[in-house]
Each structure stands twice: as C-alpha cells, then as structure tokens.
Design a protein around this ligand. Sequence first.
Ligand SMILES: Nc1ncnc2c1ncn2[C@@H]1O[C@H](COP(=O)(O)OP(=O)(O)OP(=O)(O)O)[C@@H](O)[C@H]1O
Ligand SMILES: [Zn+2]
Length: 660
Amino acid sequence: MKNGNNSSSGNSFNNTPGRPGAPRLPQRNFWLIILLILVGNYLVTQWFLPDANQAVPVPYTTFKEQVANGNVLSIHNQGQIIQGQFNHPVTLPLAEGTAQQAASEPPRNVTAFSTVVPDFTDPGLASFLANHNVNISATPIQDGSSSLTSLLFGFGPVLLIIFFYVWLYRRASKQAGGALGGSMFGMGKSKARRYDHEQDKKITFEDVAGIDEAENELVEIVDFLKNPKKYTALGATAPRGILLVGAPGTGKTLLAKAVAGEAQVPFFSMSGSEFVEMIVGVGAARVRDLFKQAREHAPSIIFIDEIDSIGRARGQAVMGGASEQEQTLNQILTEMDGFSGKEEVIVLAATNQPEILDKALLRAGRFDRRVVVNLPDKIGREAILQVHTRNKPLAQDADLMEVAATTPGLSGADLKNLCNEAALLAAKRGQHEIHLKDFIDSLEKIILGPERPIILSPADRERIAYHESGHAILGLVVPGADPVNRVSIVPRGQALGVTYQRPPADRYNYPEAYLRARIIGMLGGRAAEEIVYGTKTTGAENDIEQATDLAHNMVTRWGMSEKLGMVKLAARQNQYLGMGQRQLDAVSEQTAALVDEEVHKIINNSHEQAKQLLRDHRPQLDALVTALLERETLDEHEILDVTGLPPAPALKDLPNQAKL
Ligand SMILES: Nc1ncnc2c1ncn2[C@@H]1O[C@H](COP(=O)(O)OP(=O)(O)OP(=O)(O)O)[C@@H](O)[C@H]1O
Ligand SMILES: [Zn+2]
C-alpha cells in the first residue's frame, strides 16, 4: 500500500556494456590439462634419464667382496647410498646368491651398481676402499646426465606449470577484452578497458540529453583535447581532473565517453570498486599502469568511476581495506602531480558522494573542477526519451512530453529502461507501434515492480481499496496536494495497492504547507481503515516511515518547528542519494527529546486532520471504493468522475519552479 508520490526510484538501471569482472579461469578442462602435463613430464623425464635406473642394487656384502677382489673402479656416495662401477662386469645373481634370487631374476652382467650402507657404521670402510684403489668421489648421483639437463628436468614440472598458468591468464584476460602485454602475471596491470572511437560505436554529445549544463562545461575539455596548441601557446595549462558529481544513472559515465568520442581520443576506464578487493600493493600498481597506458596514447581520457570507493578520506576507511585503499589513492595523487602540464591526459572521475572524498583529491592540480550532473527536469526528460526512442516506432498518441511530465525524479538510466520496457510491452501486446499506454503501464512496473499474481480475500481487497481511496480522496481535498493520477488495487512488488500522485511541474523548493499536505495524504490510508473498520493493519508501514522521515526533516533541517527554531540539528549527508532520515547531530538529550516531541506533534496533528477530512467526505470515499473493487485501476479523469470532486485547490503562494 504505497503512496506513490513523486518518489524517485532509487534504482539505477545500469546497462552499460563492457563491464567484465576479473578474468575467469576456464573450469572444465582445467584438471584434465594439469593431469596431461604431469603425465607428459613424467614420460619425458623417464626418456632422457634412463641411466638413473640402470644401477643394479647389490647386497652390501657383495659390494665388499668385489672391493676385496679389486673389481671396484669407482664409487660415489650420498648419505647411505653408494653407487659405483665394477672393473669387470659381474654376473648377477652370483652363484652363491640365495635360491630365491636365482629363481626370480634371470642372470645378467652388471657394471653399474648401487648398494646401501647398513645403519651400523662400518668404521674401516674408508681405509678399506683406499687400500683397494677405489676411486671415491662426491659427484652427483645421476652421473650419466649433464648438469644442464638434470637442472632442466629437476625444474621441468615447475616450469611447465608456470607456463601453463601464464598461458591461462593470457587467454582469460584476452577473453575479458583486457590487458595489453606487460608484466608476467599481469597482476599490476590495470584492467582498464579502452574504448576507441573506431572500434566502439562512437558515443557523442548527440547521445547525451537533458543535462545541458554539465555538457556545456565539458565542451571546453573537448576543444582542449582537439586543439591543445591553441591553449598551450597562450601558456594555459591543461585541466587535469574533473569530478562529475551526481545521482546514480544521471549519465556521468555516458558524459565521459561522449567527451572521448567527440574529441576522438582513446578512453581508458576503470571503476574504483575494482580496487577494493585487491591484494595489498596491486591497486597502486594498476593505477601506475593505467596512467602509463593513457600517457602512451595521449591525448586520451582516463575515467575513474565510483572514485569514492578509493577516494574516501584517509583514516576513515572501513576496516581491512584501509591501507590498500590509501596506497591506491596515494598513487593516483602521485600520478596526477606527475603530469607535466603539457601532457594531454585528462582524468574524469565520477561519484555520488562528493562529501566523503579525501580533501587531497580536490586540491588544485587534481580534481579541482567539479561538474554537477543533475537529475533531468521535464524538458530534459523529454529530450532523453527522444534519444532512447530514436530507433523505436512511436504511435501518434505517444506524446513524449506527457511521459516526461509523469516521470519526475527519474534519472537518464531509468528513462532508458522505461523506453525499453515500453517497447517490450508493445511487442508483447502484439502492436507494431509503441503507444502512450505502454509507457504509462511500464512506468508503474518500473516504480512499483511487476504485477504480483496473488489472490486476496474479498475482505482484504475491500480494506486495500479503502486504504488507497483514503490517500486519493485526501489528494483531492487537501489544498496544495499533488494531483492524483492513478489509483490501483493490483498488487505489485511490495505494494498491495498504489495511489500515484505527481506534481504538475518539477519542484525545487517545497513550502511548508505543501509538506504538511503531503504528510496528511500519506497518513490517509491508515486513517480510512480506522474510520471504516475501527481497527489497524500492518499495511501502513511504508506510509508511516515516509511521513516520519518528512516530519523529522522539517524539524531538524528546515527549521519548521516553532519550539526548536532555525537550528540545524541533523547533518545534510547526501543530497544525491534520496531523502531518508538523517542522523541527528550531537545534541543534548533534552534537545533530542524535544525533536521527538515535535515530530510526534506534526504526525499526530496530520493524522487527526486526515481522519476528520475523510469523515467529512465519506460518501465520496465509499463511491471510489466501489469503483475500485469493480475496475481495479482508475486514472485521473475516472477518479474525478466517480467522486464528483474537483482537483485539489492550489496553494496560493506555491512557487512552482522557483529555485532559491
Ligand atoms: N542524460 C542522458 N541522456 C541519454 N541517456 C542517458 C542519460 N543519462 C543516462 N542515460 C542512459 O543511462 C545509461 C546509464 O547511465 P550512466 O552509466 O552513464 O550513469 P552514471 O551516472 O554513470 O551512473 P552510475 O553512477 O550508476 O555509474 C547510459 O548508458 C545511457 O544510455
Ligand atoms: Zn498507503
């Protein structure tokens, strides 16, 4: 039971292509290949080093006998093992060998032998050998092979496995469209993706709409990249870093790409969040590599998305990632300081939380320019819709201005998604063109989620109808309330029903009376349930939350409480990430209690007013419920028709587009 006031949907529908994750090793043949390598290695070793096995083991006593006979030419010894050569081949097994031996082995002539010195030491052995002219040496056991081959085969398996990994990595990173040559393991490699205007479909300012202010500020950058001499001749230094600041999905990445596309220079992009998961030291190496690549291809553009995830003020980083993040950040600062001023590399970075960035990043010569990318206004939304319907067949009635008017708070990414959803819906409905209705129905789906096929009992349906009608009636009778566009009792996403209200024009400044009207409207759902049934349900949770946040902001941020006056009590945390309740500043317990009291007062008053207004308009409420139970969804005209009420009177002093 959502009161779908012009809440911007916080989602960003990010369809940016080419955001591959880390290269993934192919899983299927992995173990098979390892196995083959090991087997191959074993066979090769066996082939080249057969000598090692040619020494025939002989009993220690036989060995001593042969020494005594003067038949041992030389030995070499390692630990307890003695290997050596006889002067004359000895036929084994010896005649006096055991019966067993004779039975199991055919007789053969042996020159190379080996034997094991028994555990109990044989003190006289050294002199005994010397006396019989045995050549004693300490050469390595595998005498037959050269030291080079033994080295090679000793390390063979290790080398093969290393080469195999390098090969795998190369293959994987090639699949990911990344790494261009460089260090052996590619660890310190930036996974920067390069978009060249020839390769990629070129993105230009044509593709960017509705954010003209931001665009205009970047035109200068494009000109600099195109004609650097024009600027350097006058002794002007290149702009280094530009921070794009704006809510998710407002087109920051798109703008950066468009700058590169317009200037026809290579574009290197990477996301700050990629650094977070890294092993210590790797992040900094990647930054170095990223800047190196960009310098080599200058003039060029580096784009660092989500810079807040590395650029967070040092020392306040989240546990664990801190030191790595600091190193990465320091490296960025070092690289930017290293620009000589003649280098035509421009660094663009995007964030939606500029206030948490390390101050060092914003110093002169670094990201000293800030371009704010706002949510588009109505005209802007129409322009963006036009961009994204360029290749889509629109029906006569598909008035994009009308769609733009219905979508306050939506970002460029949301609008792109809306166009796509509308096209999908039109196709599903078997049409050849996209109609206005397809846009409107898709919008509902985007804001509230897809329809949910749940079966409600008649009693539940009626209660939901009363709840939504409560919101709707108040939207008609409270002065200054936003016009009610739509009421529906079709369950969608989290909501069991919806009342959709939108302001007649984009608002930038909210009068107190408007905020109070909104709170009354938000509480209308519960109020209707109470006056009709006298009982409460959980269905008002979302309404209560929104109303409380709004009241809290009125008291703590906007100075709208008589008792507390114009004192800022809660931090203005993030203007780009919605309007939730703010953390209270450190205030005395007394003040905190007062804040609660004032918030309660606003809510309770509004609740009482909501109930009273609904009692006064009970016949209209009942009429709307009857119609809703029958038709499920009513649009603006039907609502006015059924209730016989005029649209809510405007607040006299409501400044519509006034920007203060
Ligand atoms: N002003 C705009 N004009 C045209 N298309 C837009 C605009 N803004 C966003 N879009 C569309 O939305 C997509 C996503 O936007 P983009 O990734 O540039 O947003 P962003 O601000 O970088 O978001 P995030 O902060 O989530 O990274 C773009 O690829 C583009 O198709
Ligand atoms: Zn509600």
